[in-house]
Design a protein around this ligand. Structure first.
Ligand code: NI
Length: 266
C-alpha cells in the first residue's frame, strides 16, 4: 500500500506544484512528519470504472468500504475506504459520477472514454494512477464543464488523486485548523471560500478547509488551455460525543463544498 500511496503522491505533486510548495512550507515550519487523513479519487459509474470495481481493487490492499455518501446536486455517489487494521494509513474517498443523470451530450463523450478504459482495464487490470483513455479536446472539456465540473476534471485527468488531505490532528506545531489556515494565507496560498473557509464544525466532529486547485497549462488534443488541476486539503477531527474516539467519517455537506475547489475562479 505504501508504494501505491507514494506513486499517487508523486503523480499528484507533478500536477499540483502548489501542494509541493505548501508541503515544503509546513516542513520548514517544523512539521517533519506530515500524516494524511485521506486522499480522494474520482471515477465514472460504468463498466470497469464503477465504484464497486474499486471495492475489489482496494480489497487487495486490505481496504474496506465504510460509509456511503450521496451528493444529489453534483450527481455523485461515494464510499470512504479504510484500512482494516492500520489506522495510520489514510482513508480513501472514492466518488463516482452518476452518468445516467447527465445530458446525452455528456454521456456520449464519457461513454467513449469508458469504452477505451474498459478495453484497457480488461487487458491490464485497474491501475492507479492511470489515464486509461485518450487526451480529450479543449472543446470537449468546455462542453463537459458547462454541465459538470467533475466530469470535465475526470475526463481530463483520469484516475489519480484529486487531493491529498493533511491530518491536522497529527501536526505538532499547529494545533487547530484555524492556525493552519492562517499559515496557508500568510504563505500566499488561496483558500476555497465556498461555504466558508472552514467546512463543518465541532458538532459534526470534522472541520475541513482546502486550497483552490492549482492552475496549470494543460495540453488538450487540439490546443493548450489554462485549467484547474488538484488541490490540498486539511482536516481536523473531533471526538464522537461521550467517547474518546475520533470521528472517522465524512460530512456530505462539507465535502459538497470541497468539490468546488476545482471550479473555475469566480
Ligand atoms: Ni477530501
Amino acid at each position: 500500500m505504501k508504494q501505491l500511496l507514494d506513486t499517487l503522491w508523486e503523480d499528484y505533486l507533478a500536477l499540483t506544484p502548489d501542494a509541493k510548495r505548501l508541503h515544503e512550507a509546513f516542513q520548514a515550519a517544523g512539521e517533519d512528519n506530515i500524516i494524511n487523513d485521506h486522499i480522494a479519487l474520482r471515477t465514472f459509474n460504468r463498466g470497469e470504472l464503477a465504484l464497486d470495481k474499486f471495492v475489489e481493487f482496494f480489497a487487495k490492499f486490505d481496504y474496506v468500504p465504510m460509509d456511503e455518501y450521496h451528493f444529489e446536486e453534483k450527481k455523485l455517489r461515494a464510499y470512504h475506504f479504510a484500512h482494516k487494521t492500520d489506522i495510520n494509513l489514510p482513508k480513501i474517498f472514492v466518488s463516482e459520477l452518476l452518468l445516467e443523470e447527465m445530458s446525452e451530450n455528456v454521456q456520449a463523450i464519457c461513454n467513449s472514454l469508458i469504452e477505451e478504459a474498459d478495453a484497457h482495464i480488461q487487458q491490464n487490470g485497474l491501475m492507479l494512477p492511470s489515464m486509461p483513455w485518450r487526451t480529450i479536446s479543449a472543446e470537449e472539456y468546455l462542453s463537459l464543464r458547462a454541465e459538470s465540473e467533475y466530469a470535465a476534471w475526470l475526463a481530463t485527468f483520469g484516475l489519480r488523486a484529486n487531493h491529498f488531505t493533511v491530518s491536522v490532528n497529527h501536526l505538532t506545531t499547529f494545533k487547530t485548523l484555524e492556525s493552519v489556515n492562517d499559515f496557508i494565507k500568510s504563505s500566499n496560498f488561496e483558500l476555497n471560500q465556498s461555504g466558508g473557509e472552514i467546512k463543518g464544525n465541532e458538532d459534526v466532529c470534522l472541520k475541513q478547509s482546502s486550497t483552490m486547485a492549482n492552475t496549470v497549462e494543460w495540453e488538450f488534443a487540439d490546443r493548450t488551455m489554462e485549467i484547474r488541476s488538484c488541490f490540498y486539503e486539511f482536516a481536523q477531527r473531533f471526538n464522537i460525543p461521550g467517547t474518546s474516539e475520533l470521528y472517522q467519517g465524512f460530512v456530505a455537506a462539507s465535502a459538497d463544498k470541497i468539490f468546488e475547489s476545482t471550479d473555475v475562479a469566480a
